[in-house]
Write a protein that binds this ligand. Structure first.
Ligand SMILES: Nc1ncnc2c1ncn2[C@@H]1O[C@H](COP(=O)(O)OP(=O)(O)OP(=O)(O)O)[C@@H](O)[C@H]1O
Ligand SMILES: [Mg+2]
Length: 282
């Protein structure tokens, strides 16, 4: 798989961002952050599932959220996609506040949730049509947009089959096509490749990269597969017990652990160290 490097700012994306968008500096060049997360916290009763997390994501960046089961990754993603209100802190997506401007955020994101969401009783095309209506794609443009999205995900031939006959990889690719019909500025995917065989996983990422390059979206995803993180992401954040344990490029994080270290080593070391020192969730 090709190593991606999506740091440049696409005019297509920037033109859709509000003027007020804060400029932050990365490696000296001004870059508009398409996702800004500041001290984001979410409690469920006595449990602090997400505990003061802060990070920025640049347009067209491919950004992974990793961490053990129950670390708080999906909760972060649900807050960024307006599915769940934060207890405190703030976040903006495409320049809009997730609490105060949820409609503006929703219009500019695609979201592929952890649980499969396509309707198995319907065909691929019918699922796409539902999404086209949901995302208010004008009727005159629907056919062409759907055809283009299905072709990009290599699903044209399967479009008239019921989704329940699809492989896991095909169903995931359909959901990605559905969630990007409106050409969002940020595509959020929660464990997009869980349960897929290696070729299914590769196909998902190959298509996501093509799509990202074509529509100029940032991609934010969670995964438990470190090989994926190594191959597809520009940067990653490691979340452990609700807190940000590390952030950087895969190379940055490996370098912290020594020259021979793999991302698996980084993951194990950071999560076990935090557990030993009791640095964890309240
Ligand atoms: N609606 C909820 N009510 C109560 N607790 C919740 C709720 N949603 C999540 N939690 C708890 O918050 C913590 C973080 O959950 P979250 O789903 O964000 O973890 P995750 O990092 O996505 O884990 P996984 O890798 O297993 O998907 C867990 O302890 C979970 O049980
Ligand atoms: Mg999760």
């Amino acid at each position: 798989m090709r190593k991606v490097n999506g740091r440049c700012i696409g005019l297509e994306v920037v033109s859709r961002l509000p003027r007020a968008l804060k400029m932050s500096s990365k490696q000296g060049a001004p870059v508009a952050a398409v996702v800004e997360v500041h001290d984001l916290t979410r409690r469920f009763g006595a449990l602090t599932a997400v505990d003061g997390v802060s990070f920025d994501i640049a347009p067209r960046e491919t950004f992974a959220l990793i961490g053990p089961n129950g670390a708080g990754k999906s909760t972060v993603m649900k807050m960024l996609t307006t599915m769940l209100p934060p207890t405190s802190g703030r976040a903006t997506v495409a320049g809009y506040d997730v609490v105060r401007q949820p409609q503006d955020v929703r219009a500019r994101i695609g979201y592929v949730p952890q649980q499969l969401s396509a309707d198995g009783e319907l065909t691929g095309y019918e699922n796409m049509l539902l999404s086209a209506r949901l995302y208010l794609i004008p009727a005159a443009e629907r056919r062409a947009r759907i055809a283009e999205a299905l072709a990009m995900m290599d699903l044209t031939e399967a479009k008239d089959r019921r989704v329940q006959t699809y492989s896991g990889g095909m169903a995931r690719r359909l959901e990605i096509a559905q969630s990007t019909l409106h050409r969002p500025a940020v595509l959020f995917m929660d464990e997009p490749t869980v349960g897929l065989d290696p070729s299914g996983r590769r196909a998902v990422w190959r298509h996501v990269q093509t799509l990202r390059d074509q529509i100029g979206a940032a991609v934010v995803f969670t995964t438990h597969y470190m090989d994926e993180v190594e191959e597809v992401c520009d940067r990653l954040a490691l979340i452990h017990r609700g807190r940000l344990a590390a952030i950087g490029t895969p190379g940055d994080l490996r370098a912290r652990e020594g020259s021979e270290a793999t991302l698996d080593d980084v993951f194990t070391d950071l999560t076990e160290t935090a557990s030993r020192t009791g640095d964890g969730r309240k």
